[in-house]
Design a binder for this molecule. Structure first.
Ligand SMILES: [Zn+2]
Ligand SMILES: [Zn+2]
Length: 601
């Protein structure tokens, strides 16, 4: 057995490294895009790349053709590929790193490297600080200053963690606040429309820069107001219709003002993703139009005379012109959505208002901050019909868990609350459950006879998370096969930007969930988003059911549901795939069937 087995992430990183080097070497554009696409697909692939290779199915991965497939096969078998090795030897990693500096494209990096021999970010900083760049054609004292500023920003970001992207849970509230502040500072007439674009609009789990678009007849006023917002730590770009600022936490926010007639194309363009936009541009070209952020221009290859222009006030108009249904931003990742839009087979995505209740939450009985009644009131205020109290079981170590005796006392409290609701004819029901710990050997933190009495059981891992792949997968499978376990909570255990997922074999886990009717959780806490969009989509492909849970430890955390819905939509989920869109009776019937099903096995 090869002990230096490459993971999906390793392979994706190597392919990205190849793409970056090809960019610097000014290779064929399509070859560069091919490697970028393959890297992105593999980074998002639910199955283990080694398993896909063993089955001889590498080319079934989107964006992986015969050539790249063969290279990956080499890579997995030998740990290296001669062509890749040559590229990596030719262009130093330091030059690739330089491309991470804002505004430093491959062309500039290449010139600095070839003409001045600069081959690392540190060398570039030293050269800029000592004024060595200003003699290079096209560079000046001003670009030295800009490069130094860029390096500072880059360092700041990497100090905040290996991942320079900001978790959506931090970026989204900030972006919404900026929009609200602009609206309150400016007269109503100044802003006709304003919206976030970019990865934030697509609900990606981490965000690079925040992009905001607006339609205004007074761009100067809008720009001035934006650059002087109290959150702004630094202004890095100040144009007539575009400004870029850096907030105190290092997050860059770009604001662009566009004309109303360009809104549809601009919003589409700046929402991305890059891969989706490439696919759309290619489709437009086939129809004789070139597409950019302003609209379509006839190339002369189609029916319209060259140079003819089309503008779109709405995105839907642009998509329709190209023969496509409007594609929800969450789907724009070039994962089959363009084809589905053409065939009118896009899914009707789940929406936040379809959730009728939640099945994972904590109260002061374990580590929650509010009582059973306080949490219930908050759930009712959101319009929920049911709510499962699932405090931690014993076996967690740090948290004071709820044992059988405490569960009996808690049941009395829950029954009393439900009686009060019934007396007042309120259509709401508290359920009693547990977030039972999956112990290191796969047994559970509560005995079966206690679990049997509970309405909804969530089983999760919080301890011994560094077990190897076989051990932790086996441990989890044992829990899934327990007939009393209804839901697998935050299956991979990751904390975005802090703790990587466990080594768990998700493909086997999802298969077992399907066989036993165990529901897969999308934990909506933006620090978790677990399972991710990719696994959510894989789960549905296999036929699993999912649940969106806030895992709320306080009434305020009930607000987080929208992040879970974002993941679900990115995973192509409809309301039918998610059990807490069902009525209480239908949801409980589904879980009961599953319990019966697993005990029959
Ligand atoms: Zn948990
Ligand atoms: Zn929990």
């Amino acid at each position: 057995m090869n002990t230096n087995r490459l993971t999906n992430r390793d392979v994706a990183a190597i392919l990205s490294g190849v793409a970056a080097r090809l960019q610097i070497l000014d290779a064929n554009r399509f070859r560069i895009i091919a490697f970028q696409n393959a890297a992105e697909s593999i980074r998002n692939l639910a199955q283990d790349i080694n398993a896909v290779d063993a089955a001889g199915e590498l080319t079934s991965i989107q964006g992986v053709g015969k050539g790249i497939g063969d290279a990956i096969h080499h890579l997995l078998a030998n740990g290296s590929d001669p062509e890749f090795d040559a590229l990596f030897a030719q262009v130093p990693q330091g030059v690739v790193d330089m491309m991470q500096i804002p505004d430093m494209g491959p062309k500039k990096a290449k010139r600095l490297w070839e003409e001045l021999g600069i081959d690392s970010v540190a060398a570039l900083r030293a050269a800029a600080e000592t004024g060595q760049l200003r003699d290079l054609k096209g560079f000046g004292a001003k670009s030295e200053e800009k490069i130094l500023k860029g390096i500072e920003l880059l360092t700041k970001r990497s100090e905040q963690g290996a991942d320079e992207r900001t978790p959506i849970g931090a970026a989204r509230p900030l972006a919404l606040r900026i929009i609200a502040e602009l609206r309150s500072r400016l007269p109503d007439s100044a802003i006709e429309r304003i919206e976030v674009a970019g990865s934030l609009r697509r609900w990606k789990e981490t965000i690079g820069d925040v992009d905001i678009l607006c339609v205004s007849t007074q761009p100067a006023l809008v720009m001035e107001s934006f650059r002087t917002l109290p959150e702004v730590a630094d202004v890095v770009g100040a144009g007539e219709t575009k400004s870029s600022v850096v907030l105190g936490n290092g997050l860059q926010v770009d604001l662009r003002v566009v004309e109303r007639k360009h809104w549809g194309a601009a919003l589409q363009y700046f929402t991305g993703s890059k891969e989706h936009n490439v696919a759309l541009r290619e489709l437009a070209l086939k129809q004789g139009w070139s597409l950019n952020e302003y609209g379509l221009t006839a190339t002369g290859d189609g029916d319209a005379p060259a140079g003819e222009q089309r503008f779109f006030e709405e995105e839907a108009g642009l998509y329709a012109f190209l023969g496509l249904d409007w594609v929800a931003p969450e789907l724009r990742e070039n994962r089959g959505e363009v084809q589905a839009a053409r065939q009118h087979t896009l899914p009707e995505l789940i929406t936040l208002d379809q959730l009728q209740g939640e099945l994972h939450s904590h109260t002061t009985w374990s580590d929650g901050g509010a009582s059973v009644a306080e949490m219930a009131e908050a759930a009712r205020a959101r319009g929920y019909r049911y709510w499962n109290v699932s405090d931690h079981s014993i076996g967690l170590g740090i948290v004071q868990g709820v044992d059988a005796e405490k569960l009996r006392r808690q049941r009395a409290e829950i029954d009393a609350y439900n009686r009060r609701c019934a007396e007042q004819e309120i259509d709401f029901r508290l359920l009693q459950g547990s977030e039972v710990e999956i112990l290191a050997d796969g047994s559970l933190g509560l005995p079966d006879d206690v679990l049997e009495e509970l309405d909804v059981v969530v089983a999760s891992i919080h301890s011994a998370q560094r077990q190897d792949r076989e051990t932790i997968t086996g441990r989890c499978l044992k829990a899934i096969r327990n007939p009393h376990v209804d839901i697998l909570g935050h299956p991979t255990g990751r904390i975005i930007g802090e703790r990587p997922p466990t080594e768990i074999d998700m493909e086997r886990i999802l298969q077992a969930c399907l066989e036993t009717g165990t529901v897969v959780e999308i934990n909506a806490n933006p620090a978790r988003l677990d399972v991710s969009d990719v696994y959510a989509r894989r789960a549905v492909e296999l036929g699993c059911k999912l649940v969106i849970n806030c895992d709320a430890h306080s009434p305020r955390e009930l607000e987080l549901a929208e992040y879970g819905v974002g993941v679900a939509r990115r995973g192509w989920l409809t309301a039918a795939d998610v059990i807490n869109t069902r009525s209480l009776a239908a949801m409980l019937a589904l879980l009961k069937d599953a319990r019966k099903g697993s005990s029959d096995q």
